[in-house]
Design a protein around this ligand. Structure first.
Ligand SMILES: Nc1nc2c(ncn2[C@@H]2O[C@H](COP(=O)(O)OP(=O)(O)OP(=O)(O)O)[C@@H](O)[C@H]2O)c(=O)[nH]1
Ligand SMILES: [Mg+2]
Length: 474
């Protein structure tokens, strides 16, 4: 469990973490871990936490009556400034809660927007965040006004208050309109830029926030991009030339990380930042194999990619942080589900040589010879495989249909996203013939987890750190 900070006077804001767990939620072993990361990244000091299970949220106050009272006492006891919910609340629920507990209430979306606002550096990222924040606050303007009117009530300002609200709302709408126009312009410009600069195939790093994308970028290209143990350390795209051994020059892009339930408005406004990803020949989906929620994180990433309408031509799943997995069984559990994933440790340089080989191979590849496990109810994917590929056989198992199919590499996106499991038959044949370097590196990790250096696959690459695609704002 997280250690709770001591109360300190110089602390900026004392926060209490709260989460409502509904029957449909998957609950992690430590259900508040991610929120804790977000809250500390936002600069608050977490002093306590509270959770409740309900069959559905209380309409008025989100938590049930007794829990709200418990929360009020907790706020009082810790002199907390803010209660941060891991859920999304309605403006009305926030208003009622704030009144009941006498502290500021922030929901998950607002917290994420706050972190993005604090971290946005480039012009595009700033536009994107401002738009998302305005769209979030527009339906909540009334809430701001309620606070004002309470103070203003004494001097009989109710009329002007209402009028002010109208003015604010119109101003916000106008600004949203302008921002959208500007972003559309930036998007078009960016699309052309990326196209014009495309001297070589692009490989784009994507993945859950904190999975190690920037660290991997640095390990592969000596790009020296910012990597840090906080959420959303990267908010813009950096592209570097990468001399891929045995292949030549490719462009490698590091991008903003994703998170589950990423606010829709934010996703939409980050489209232009993700232009490199959209035009990439290959996505390297970096996942944190040491996270207890790695499966949820992987599917959250595919979800966001889908929402962004990024139809990846091809994807390799990279299981990072294998130096930090608790034991070999934990890693094998992930590899069972994703047999073609490439285990690495970006931090210790383990597995980079097999990764480089896999990237080279994927870029050169035109067809995949695959066995794809599909859920029988997934008619869409079954139809897709038949339409885009050449189906060689179908086997009906208890829970999945296994399809042997030859797929063009350019059509792999939906397969990666929707299949229950994918086995690359070419790769299996090659591994059987030569003794698989990936699996053997992995065997060493499993044996010597306490001493990752002993399984270090050494890496020496002639890397050239070059251009920076992002427009830095001073
Ligand atoms: N143990 C271990 N830690 C790693 C590894 N790779 C990265 N990390 C750590 O994970 C944290 C996040 O790394 P980043 O490279 O910033 O992650 P990111 O995916 O770029 O994160 P965002 O930009 O915030 O989305 C840092 O503290 C890294 O040192 C690894 O292979 N093993
Ligand atoms: Mg990063």
């Amino acid at each position: 469990m997280r250690e709770q900070h001591q109360l300190r006077d110089d602390s900026p804001e004392r926060s209490i973490l709260a989460r409502l767990i509904l029957p449909e939620h998957t609950v992690e072993a430590d259900p508040l871990e991610e929120l804790y990361g977000l809250a500390t990244t936002a600069g608050t000091q977490v002093v306590d936490e509270l959770m409740q299970r309900l069959s559905r949220p209380n309409h008025g106050t989100f938590f049930g009556k007794g829990k709200v009272e418990e929360l009020r006492l907790m706020v009082e006891r810790h002199e907390a400034d803010v209660v941060i919910f891991d859920n999304d609340l309605t403006p009305g629920q926030i208003r009622n809660l704030e009144k009941a507990i006498d502290a500021k209430v922030i929901d998950r979306t607002e917290l994420i927007l706050d972190i993005f606002a604090a971290g946005a550096r480039t012009y595009e990222a700033r536009l994107a965040v401002e738009l998302a924040q305005l769209e979030y606050s527009l339906p909540r303007l009334k809430r701001m006004w309620t606070h004002l009117s309470r103070q203003a009530m004494g001097v009989g300002m109710r009329g002007p208050g209402e009028k002010q609200l109208e003015v604010d709302r119109r101003l916000a709408q106008k600004r949203i309109h302008d921002l959208k126009e500007e972003l559309a312009k930036v998007e078009r410009r960016r699309e052309q830029q990326v196209q014009a600069r495309k001297e070589a195939p692009t490989v784009s790093l994507v993945g859950y926030t904190n999975a190690g994308k920037s660290t991997l970028m640095n390990a592969l290209t000596e790009a020296n991009v910012h990597a840090a143990d906080k959420l959303f350390a990267t908010l813009d795209t950096r592209t570097r030339r990468w001399q891929l051994p045995g292949w030549g020059t490719v462009l490698l892009s590091d991008t903003v990380g994703f998170i589950r339930d990423l606010p829709h408005s934010l996703v939409a406004s980050f489209k232009s930042t993700l232009e490199e990803t959209r035009q990439a020949e290959l996505l390297l989906h970096v996942a944190d194999a040491s996270s207890p929620t790695v499966f949820e994180q992987i599917s959250a990433v595919y979800h966001v990619l889908e929402e962004l309408e990024i139809e990846a031509k091809d994807t390799l799943l990279v299981l990072n942080k294998i130096d930090a997995v608790p034991n070999a069984a934990a890693l094998n559990r992930v590899l069972e589900r994703y047999p073609n994933a490439i285990p690495v440790s970006a931090k210790n340089g383990i597995g980079l040589v097999p990764l480089i080989e896999a990237v080279g191979e994927a870029l050169g590849r035109e067809f995949y010879d695959l066995e794809v496990d599909v859920s029988p109810s997934d008619g869409k994917l079954l139809a897709y495989l038949a339409a885009k590929g050449e189906v060689l056989s179908r086997k009906y198992g208890e829970e999945t249909v296994t399809i042997h199919v030859r797929m063009p590499a350019g059509a792999m996106g939906p397969v990666h996203r929707d299949a229950v499991a994918i086995r690359d038959l070419d790769e299996q044949r090659a591994a059987a013939a030569s003794g698989d370097p990936v699996k053997s590196a992995l065997g060493e990790v499993a044996k010597d987890n306490g001493d990752p250096s002993s399984s270090n696959v050494s890496l020496e690459l002639p890397n050239v750190p070059i251009s920076d695609s992002s427009t830095e704002v001073a």
